[in-house]
Design a protein around this ligand. Structure first.
Ligand SMILES: *Cc1c(COP(=O)(O)O)cnc(C)c1O
Length: 358
């Protein structure tokens, strides 16, 4: 199968090699060293503050979304949630479950957030803002400089879910005054699912220290305490952590985060330039390099997903809910090449010639 989904994605040799081996015991100085080195590399690639810290949780990206809301926010907060799709909706649901006072800014599907939507929230009592930098369900990349300026000017604690945009789009934590950046293993890192991580600024670390969260498994106080010696409180997804470490080292060897973002950007650009002529329209107003969401005109998008999978051995990402018949998504993250793009484009052209894609 040729995999153009947004996760799990096609993996890299150095990652697959580790997957073929036994998983080692982990309460060792070697494993601690490796985890601490991964923390440093992630901080470097996130352009994080010098005194920021990173912790790894075993669970998918949602585990870190939940940990951020549960540990770092409380009923004393007044939170703004940017909600433009199913990942925004997930932050709203977390706020509801943990009884965090919140207000949504709803963005129409596929539409960008504009500064006039933020203006009514200026100089009010809002304390924190939650945003999925790339709302992966609709393919919208929110304007980080605009959100960052708004939060900085209003003293608002900024939590950025960068699960699908870390290593695909340019993100500078310190420059953008991001307090929490979270991501996971199975998107642009190109590793199996099972690990997510949070990078915490000094402000976030202070919130964690003062937290009265009672939960055990996603407790950031104990994760941070254990991470001081490069460990986790419970058995983590050890194999996935080894794979993340190998991938981070490889990215550094190839030139670092800028080179990696550029590689993904080129794949996205190539696909977008070459899809003109096909009966498909770009769905999102403002796009991430990680993915292109497209809408069909006169045929079912879900049917195209199914035919590509069953007849061509190609996976694209179908949409759920209201967009299922209209939108499918093409990922540009993971171990993909221009030649892979050309195979997908050829398949789409053939379907267009047969009038199946129309
Ligand atoms: C993939 C993704 C997540 C995490 O989803 P999981 O299925 O829990 O890994 C969270 N936020 C965004 C924006 C994502 O793209």
């Amino acid at each position: 199968m040729l995999n153009f989904t947004v996760g799990p994605v096609q993996s890299f040799e150095e990652v697959k090699r580790i997957g073929a081996q036994d998983v080692p015991y982990f309460r060792t100085s070697e494993f601690s060293g490796l985890l601490l080195e991964s923390e440093e590399l992630i901080k470097e690639f996130a352009c994080a503050q010098e005194d920021a810290r990173c912790v790894f949780l075993s669970g998918s990206g949602t585990a870190s979304m939940e940990a951020a809301v549960a540990n770092l926010l409380s009923d004393k907060d007044n939170v703004i949630v940017i909600n433009g799709g199913s990942f925004g909706e997930r932050f709203v649901e977390l706020c509801k479950r943990y009884e965090i006072p919140h207000t949504e800014i709803r963005c129409a599907s596929g539409k960008a957030l504009t500064c006039d939507r933020l203006r009514p929230f200026e100089k009010k009592s809002y304390t924190a803002l939650l945003v999925n930098l790339h709302e992966t369900s609709t393919g919208v990349l929110y304007d980080l400089p605009m959100i960052s300026r708004f939060c900085h000017d209003n003293g608002i604690f900024l939590v950025v879910d960068a699960v699908s945009s870390f290593l695909a789009d340019e993100i500078e934590m310190e420059k953008s005054h991001i307090d929490v950046l979270l991501s996971g293993s199975q998107k642009a890192l190109g590793c199996p699912p099972g690990i997510s991580f949070l990078v915490l600024s000094r402000r976030a670390l202070n919130r964690a220290a003062d937290s009265r969260y009672k939960g055990l498994y996603l407790n950031l106080q104990s994760a941070l305490k254990n991470m001081e010696r490069g460990q986790t409180p419970y058995t983590p997804a050890v194999g996935t952590l080894l794979q993340i470490h190998a991938r981070l080292l490889k990215i550094r060897e190839l030139g670092g985060v800028k080179t990696e973002v550029e590689r993904v950007r080129k794949l996205a650009k190539h696909f977008r330039e070459n899809m003109c002529g096909l009966p498909l329209d770009i769905y999102s107003e403002r796009m991430s390099n990680a993915m292109t969401a497209v809408s069909t005109r006169k045929c079912s998008a879900y049917e195209i997903f199914r035919i590509l999978k069953n007849e061509y051995g190609i996976w694209v990402c179908p949409n759920g809910g209201e967009l299922a018949e209209k939108v499918f998504r093409i990922g540009h993250i993971g171990n993909l090449t221009i030649a892979d793009n050309n195979k997908l484009l050829a398949a789409l052209r053939e379907l267009a010639e047969k009038r199946i894609l129309r």
